[in-house]
Design a protein around this ligand. Structure first.
Ligand SMILES: [Zn+2]
Length: 182
């Protein structure tokens, strides 16, 4: 956290020097923050206020997220969250999805777009699952030539080179056309 970044309850100035401004409260001889944000000391107005920070959306357990696979490890994938319950998120937030129980060779590749459900928060790490039918890969490319792939039962086939590969596909694979625009 930056030095001029304040958290609720933190002292930002003393009442002898400044008047309490936006997002602050008076506590005896101190002015304290009521919200997370940057401190703003206005010497001409003699006011101390907090510029409220953009809200960081941390998904709750049960929320459905759409994200981009950042890393594809033998027993898990790391997903950069882009949407929470269909709403675009501003801050970069990552979740981890354990995949060791899924019997697929290539569950999802790096840069694939996946849909997942948040299942827990443990020690500051957000855990998600792609086990349900509607969860999993929404958008992927050919592993060999990066060509466009089409769904073939529970696998994908490259339109360009014909390579057939498996993925943990969502039943909504290929239906979210807005994702390919990003
Ligand atoms: Zn290909």
């Amino acid at each position: 956290m930056e030095e001029n970044q304040k958290i609720p309850g933190e002292k930002i100035a003393s009442i002898e020097e400044y008047l309490p401004g936006d997002n602050t409260f008076e506590d005896k001889d101190s002015i304290r923050a009521t919200t997370i944000g940057k401190i703003n000391l206005d010497s001409s107005e003699r006011s101390a206020s907090i510029n409220r920070q953009k809200q960081i959306t941390v998904p709750n357990v049960g929320d459905v997220i759409i994200g981009v696979v950042e890393a594809n490890l033998p027993s898990m994938i790391a997903i950069m969250i882009k949407y929470v319950n269909g709403k675009k998120v501003v801050a970069d937030l990552e979740c981890i999805c354990v995949t060791r129980h899924i019997r697929k060779k290539n569950i999802a590749l790096a840069k694939d777009v996946v849909k997942a459900e948040i299942i827990s928060h443990i020690n500051g790490t957000i855990h998600a699952s792609i086990d349900s039918q509607e969860l999993g890969v929404l958008f992927t490319k050919c592993r060999k030539c990066f060509g466009t792939v089409v769904k073939m039962r529970d696998a994908v086939k490259c339109k360009d080179c014909g390579w057939i590969d498996d993925r943990k596909l969502s039943t909504e694979f290929g239906k979210n056309d807005f994702l390919t625009q990003n």
